[in-house]
Design a binder for this molecule. Sequence first.
Ligand SMILES: [Fe+2]
Ligand SMILES: [Fe+2]
Length: 242
Amino acid sequence: MKSLVVLAKKGGLPKIQHMDAGTLSWIEATGLSFGLRKNKCEVAPFVLESVKRYVPKQSWFFNRKCYSSLHGVRHISRVVANVANLALGRKFNSRSIRNVLIAASLHDIGRHYDRKDLEHSRRAADWFSSNVSFVQSSFGVNLVDNDIEEIYSTICYHNSVYSKTKNDVFYVKYMETIELLKTADAMDRYRLPNLRWWPNERFFVIKPTLGELKFAFSLLVFSEQEHLKTGTNYLSVLNSLQ
Ligand SMILES: [Fe+2]
Ligand SMILES: [Fe+2]
């Protein structure tokens, strides 16, 4: 089977995309050319606790086949880790951080496939608003109306383009939390099999530091290596953090 990196060059990526050894080698080599190399992921307890707490179940995915694909649970758990890591170094209130972590854990569950699927954010947000009590009991959290609106808006706008949504009422109201998720999500774009899809400074409203980008890259490489070796998904991310 051809690697994703070869298929991407020909514009022939399948609808559901799984990591492979050839693509991961290309990611490591390309990272090196940008001064990115895998290093042990030293994390604050808050990052580890967040990854342990906000993990979506396979049954929540609209397409169960996406659970282990490029937008599946490994991606989601790394985005949760990136949200927690970014939040540590910035001024966000703890309630909003908690809400972004919940939004991060749900943001891609609405995908039908890995290729362009613009409506997945709306589907995930609608799933959340129909399952608020279930989400509360699953994560052991208590959400009031403002939290629900913030989480809904953050999921909904996570794949929006700033220039197109900058004047939307809910984007403006929750801009900080939306952009926190967008940055954390983009920091895991190192997994994508073409350089033009990798994180790009120009698109960050919240700018990650070099250290935060290095952390995201290391976590990606370690967890995908572990996944290819063991076949585990969520555990491959968790094991890369401790
Ligand atoms: Fe997404
Ligand atoms: Fe995502």
